[in-house]
Design a binder for this molecule. Sequence first.
Ligand SMILES: Nc1ncnc2c1ncn2[C@@H]1O[C@H](COP(=O)(O)OP(=O)(O)O)[C@@H](O)[C@H]1O
Ligand SMILES: [Mg+2]
Length: 382
Amino acid sequence: MDPRRNPYAPRAGTPPPELAGRNDIIERAAIALHRIANGRAAQSLILYGLRGVGKTVLLSRMRLDAEQEGYVPVTIEAPEDRSLPAILGPALRTTLIRMSRGAAAKKALKKALGALASFARTAKIKYEDVEFNVDFEAAIGLADSGDLDTDLTDLLRSVGETAAERSTAVILFLDELQYVPEEQLAALICALHSVNQHQLPLTLVGAGLPQLLGQMGRAKSYAERLFELVPIDALDAEAARQALCIPAEHEGVQFEDVAVEEIVSRTEGYPYFLQEWGKCAWSEADASLITHQDALRATDVALAELDASFFRVRFDRLTPAEKLYLRAMAELGAAPHRSGDIAQMMGKKPSAVAPIRNRIIGKGMAYSPSHGDTAFTVPLFR
Ligand SMILES: Nc1ncnc2c1ncn2[C@@H]1O[C@H](COP(=O)(O)OP(=O)(O)O)[C@@H](O)[C@H]1O
Ligand SMILES: [Mg+2]
């Protein structure tokens, strides 16, 4: 069928034509943010799950909703190997500038700008990748101790006070949170805890790979009081059907029931794969009915495309030793696997391959669902 009208969107972070099966969680976020914005007790959300389940698009949707509520969203993606101050600082700078518009009171704003100027200066000494500058006089005694816990607390509290002064709320949307080094994550949680205790209208909505769960727990035991940790999983059969069929229906195209069944079972309901299969099935079909045959051919094409892109970009980031480790995992069958079994498959001692495992987890390719177990973070990667 006409590729111009193909509605599917298999791309990391690209909003799907139909965001299926996530209404509950969107509503839960809206309630939590509304409560926090109004000084009421609530847990904010941290979304965790495998690659391709739709965490980033959920964050984007929550961000849009927050904007419509009149809050000030701050979108940040934690890249690998960057410090939190280096990514948070510039984002907060933009936020404060945004909030400086208009004629409202500015006492808290000036304090926050001073705190950020101090923070920039202090953080530069400790973190080599901090580069931003704030064109404002540094506040003395605020965010300048050199201790990240204290300085982030000063900074986020003063940003929260600015939000209160302007009768709004600042919501930090932080994606790929698993890449934030643990002691910096702990400092962030500590700062948010203080903001929360002062009932200031500032919070974080986060997302990351499953390893985040353990990282949060180790980072600060009160993380679980501040946040509801929400697992984001594959879609159930009904939501998967909607994700597939509704975009086609908008274009006047139907799926045969057996075609839907084929795709839902092949994709295991993973959102990324549903988009990929939807796109391929659409291309294969030549009339406004997508048949079982089309779905079967889509499987071949979709797998080849995934191999060339989604899986390839990840595989290419691995060293030869890391590839061998993943190969051993794949040979063992469906994950999770015990570290000892993987080592044995490789003909090595567990202690000899432990550093490889750590690097694979650090790169976000695998995670540990429970102590000593290893599983892929990417569905179908095996
Ligand atoms: N609820 C959903 N329904 C249908 N498609 C979805 C849904 N959530 C995500 N997608 C699609 O899945 C793909 C991966 O989404 P993304 O947010 O990048 O996942 P993650 O951040 O968890 O790796 C994108 O192509 C997106 O359009
Ligand atoms: Mg993502």
